[in-house]
Write a protein that binds this ligand. Structure first.
Ligand code: GAL
Length: 384
C-alpha cells in the first residue's frame, strides 16, 4: 500500500512539473508588452529584422545588456526562430563581438546597430549587414559592417567594414557635387538638424566624402523579386538617404546608387514592395532615442524619385509612432500584401528592457496606415 501511495505521489509530482514547465504559447501580438522567448526570457533582438528561410522566420537584432553601457555592443547579434511569428525560439548569438582584440572593428564596446540578414541564392550564404561605429569614436565612423554564415543561425563570421561607394558618384549626382570641396566644408560641418543653415546642399557633404566613401548610419536591406539586393542608409550626416545596389554576392556595393529625401533627415529606413509592384518606404525623423512622427513615401521603381505621403500613423500617439521607431517591414508568408511594421520602443537608460511594437500595415488608397492595437493577430489580414 505504502509503495502504491509513493508511486502515485511521484507520478503526481512529475505531472505537476511537466504541466508547469509547458510553455504558454502566444496566439496574438501584444505591442509594448514583455515578449517571452521559449525560455521565458524577454526577447533580446532590438533594431532587428526578419529573414524567412526554409519555412521559418529568423529574427536578428541587437543583444542589449542592462544599463547605459547596453547601448554599445557587449555581446553581438541575437537570433531567434519562429514558425508563426508569435512564438520565438532562442537560437543564441549569431554574431559575437570580439572580446579579445581591442583593435577589431567589432571590438566589444563598439556600436553595432540595426543588423539585417539576407540569403544569397547563388552563393548559398547568409549575409548580414549592420551599422558600425568603431569603439571609442561615438557616432563618427558611420560605417557599414558585413558578416557571413552558412546557416541562418550562424555563427556569422565578420568579413569587413566600409564607408559605402568610395570614389563613385550616385546616378542622380548634380554637377556642383563635383566641384572642389573647400577645407572648411571638410572640417567644420557639425551635422544634425540643429546646425542650420549647415544642411544646405552648398555644403556638399557628398563631395566631401567622395574620396573616402559615404557615411552610413541607420540602415536596412531589401531583396527585390529579381534577386537584386539594396542597402538603404542615412548618409551625408544623416541629412540624406542613399539607396545602393549590392553586388551579386551581396558582399559589397555594385556602385549603382542614388540620393533621396535630400535634407529630410530620414532615419530608421524601412521598405516593402506590394504585389502591384509599388515600393513603399516608412522611416522616422532624426531625434536620437526619442520617438517622433514617422514618414512614408511611395515609388514605382526603387531608383525613381519617391513621393512623400506624410505620417502613416493615425489616432492617439500618432506623433510619436506610438512611442516607437521602425526597424523593418515583415512580409507575412502565404498572404498577399500582408506586412507587419516592426518597431522598437527604446529604453536608452536600460536598453535590455526595450519593447517591440509590431503593427499591421494597412493600405488605404495610395497610402500606408499604421494604427495602435493593444492586442492583435494575423487574422486582421483577412479583414477587408
Ligand atoms: C537613433 C537611431 C538608433 C540609434 C540612436 C542613437 O536615431 O535610429 O539606431 O543610432 O539614434 O542615438
Amino acid at each position: 500500500m505504502k509503495m502504491i501511495r509513493m508511486i502515485i505521489f511521484i507520478l503526481g509530482l512529475a505531472l505537476f512539473f511537466s504541466c508547469n514547465n509547458q510553455k504558454e504559447a502566444y496566439d496574438a501580438f501584444y505591442p509594448g508588452q514583455e515578449w517571452k522567448d521559449d525560455n521565458g526570457v524577454h526577447i533580446n533582438a532590438h533594431g532587428g529584422g526578419i529573414l524567412f528561410y526554409n519555412q521559418t522566420y529568423f529574427w536578428y537584432g541587437q543583444h542589449m545588456v542592462e544599463g547605459r553601457i547596453g547601448n554599445t555592443a557587449q555581446v553581438g547579434v541575437h537570433v531567434y526562430s519562429s514558425k508563426d511569428l508569435y512564438n520565438w525560439k532562442d537560437e543564441g548569438i549569431a554574431l559575437s563581438v570580439d572580446s579579445l582584440d581591442a583593435n577589431s572593428d567589432i571590438a566589444m564596446g563598439c556600436i553595432l546597430e540595426r543588423p539585417k540578414v539576407i540569403y544569397n541564392k547563388k552563393t548559398k550564404k547568409f549575409v548580414m549587414w549592420f551599422h558600425l561605429e568603431l569603439k571609442g569614436q561615438k557616432y563618427n565612423a558611420a560605417r557599414s559592417g558585413v558578416a557571413v554564415a552558412d546557416n541562418p543561425t550562424g555563427p556569422f563570421v565578420y568579413v569587413k567594414s566600409m564607408r559605402p561607394n568610395k570614389g563613385v558618384w550616385p546616378i542622380n549626382v548634380q554637377e556642383f557635387h563635383k566641384l572642389p570641396v573647400s577645407d572648411t566644408i571638410k572640417t567644420n560641418y557639425c551635422g544634425g538638424p540643429d546646425c542650420l543653415p549647415g544642411h544646405v546642399d552648398s555644403l556638399n557633404i557628398l563631395g566631401r566624402d567622395f574620396e573616402h566613401g559615404q557615411m552610413a548610419r541607420d540602415m536596412n536591406l531589401f531583396v527585390d523579386d529579381d534577386g537584386k539586393a539594396y542597402h538603404l542608409y542615412s548618409s551625408e550626416e544623416n541629412s540624406t538617404l542613399h539607396i545602393a545596389e549590392l553586388s551579386d554576392d551581396y558582399l559589397t556595393h555594385s556602385g549603382r546608387y542614388a540620393r533621396f529625401f535630400i535634407h529630410r533627415y530620414m532615419e530608421a529606413p524601412t521598405i516593402l514592395k506590394t504585389s502591384k509592384g509599388k515600393y513603399y518606404f516608412i522611416a522616422s525623423d532624426c531625434t536620437g532615442w526619442a520617438p517622433n512622427a514617422a514618414r512614408s513615401a511611395v515609388s514605382d521603381n526603387i531608383f525613381d524619385p519617391w513621393k512623400e505621403l506624410g505620417n502613416p500613423s493615425i489616432g492617439p500617439d500618432s506623433l510619436t509612432t506610438f512611442n516607437s521607431q521602425g526597424t523593418f517591414n515583415i512580409p507575412v508568408q502565404g498572404k498577399q500584401d500582408a506586412f507587419i511594421f516592426m518597431a522598437d520602443r527604446w529604453v536608452p537608460e536600460n536598453p535590455i528592457d526595450g519593447r517591440y511594437i509590431w503593427l499591421p500595415i494597412y493600405f488605404k488608397g495610395d497610402k500606408v496606415r499604421l494604427q495602435w492595437k493593444q492586442k492583435w493577430d494575423l487574422s486582421v489580414f483577412e479583414e477587408e
